[in-house]
Design a protein around this ligand. Structure first.
Ligand code: HEM
Length: 153
């Protein structure tokens, strides 16, 4: 076979292989993105949690739980929730608050109250136009905490 044909064939095989390898690598890199990254990182998580918390503070039906808090207490609550969400979604934060069981013990939270709080998170995620896939993943994570927070059935 003429030399140039062999060279041409080798070049084609190399090109096809490179495209396949790059395609696979690119795809796996895209899949490796954490939920935290897909949500937009720290500032995005912080903005969502801030709005979520403000909705809780303003909801009169949740008054027995969240009303009358000082700005400092509100700020602490927001920051701990940012760290919790950041950590639980694969971000670089360490959660330094109490466990969900310890921090909600004795409050008598029931399923209705839990759903009310979770509803504010849903509304916030809708407002921030968080895509369906990421919204579901975050709500699944928060939903998985229900058993540690709800005391009254
Ligand atoms: C939906 C899932 C929930 C998450 C992720 C969550 C998260 C948190 C976090 C991170 C804290 C701070 C913990 C600390 O002080 O060390 C906290 C405190 C608190 N949570 Fe929740 N919470 C949830 C549901 C609820 C519900 C359903 C209620 C009541 C209706 C509630 C009422 C409170 C109150 C009143 C505090 C302040 C406790 C205190 O300062 O002693 N939370 N929560």
């Amino acid at each position: 076979m003429a030399r140039w044909i062999v060279r041409f064939k080798t070049m084609c095989v190399t090109m096809v292989c490179s495209i396949v390898v790059l395609g696979i690598a690119g795809k796996s890199l895209a899949q490796e993105k954490s939920l935290y990254q897909r949500l937009g990182g720290y500032d995005a998580v912080s903005a969502v949690v801030g709005e979520f918390a403000d909705r809780l503070f303003a909801d009169q039906k949740l008054g027995p739980f969240f009303s009358g808090w000082s700005a400092e207490k509100q700020g602490r609550f927001k920051q701990l929730n940012v760290l919790l969400v950041c950590n639980a979604t694969g971000g670089p934060c360490t959660y330094i608050g109490r466990t969900m069981t310890a921090s909600h013990q004795g409050m008598g939270v029931d399923d209705t109250r839990f759903d009310q709080v979770a509803g504010h998170l849903v509304a916030t995620l809708v407002k921030f136009k968080v895509p369906e896939k990421e919204k579901k993943e975050l709500l699944d994570i928060i939903g998985s905490l229900r058993g540690q927070i709800v005391e009254k059935k």
